[in-house]
Design a binder for this molecule. Structure first.
Ligand code: OFO
Length: 165
């Protein structure tokens, strides 16, 4: 059993996670357009990870006999900043998601839903990693600016990331 309030909040979060995947895919296509394939690959792997996040909430809802209600996914931005600046959107988005996860945690706590609190512990930890990794890449790109050699080295390094997880 799950309360209506928590059910609604989880349905909203499933949508947020699917939007995150959409945003990362939009960013991936943007970097591919600059022929920065490694950064594009990193972002595609991140998009897959966001779908896994949505599925964690989805599976939890089903296990708790809640009703999954899928909503329209909004369109990510179509006009994106240049390659050395666009990654910052990922970091800002992760900060926004951290706020959402924290709000869910407050709700779980207020409603004494311990199973939901337990699920959210994973997400709280994950957000620390996601903020750190997106900030690191955004800052590297910022520092690199127009130095082509350094940009290609970073691109090659990021291209080694595997999909998922
Ligand atoms: Fe990027 O952590 Fe989910 O949304």
């Amino acid at each position: 059993m799950i309360s209506k309030k928590i059910q609604d909040a989880i349905n909203d979060q499933i949508n947020e996670e699917l939007y995150s995947a959409y945003l990362y895919l939009a960013l991936a296509a943007h970097y591919h357009a600059f022929n920065l394939k490694g950064i594009g690959t990193w972002l595609e792997a991140q998009a897959k990870e966001e779908i896994e996040h949505a599925m964690k909430f989805y599976n939890f809802m089903i296990a708790r006999a809640g009703t999954v209600s899928l909503k329209t996914i909004k369109q990510p931005p179509t006009q994106l900043p240049p390659a050395n600046k666009a990654f910052r959107l990922a970091y800002e988005h992760e900060q926004y998601i951290t706020e959402k996860i924290n709000q869910l945690y407050e709700l779980a706590h207020a409603q004494k839903d311990y199973a939901f609190e337990e699920l959210l512990h994973w997400f709280i930890k994950e957000q620390v990693e996601e903020e750190a990794s997106t900030l690191e890449i955004a800052e590297r790109l910022d520092q690199i600016g127009n130095q082509t050699h350094a940009l290609y080295m970073l691109d090659a390094k990021l291209g080694k990331r595997n999909g998922g997880q």
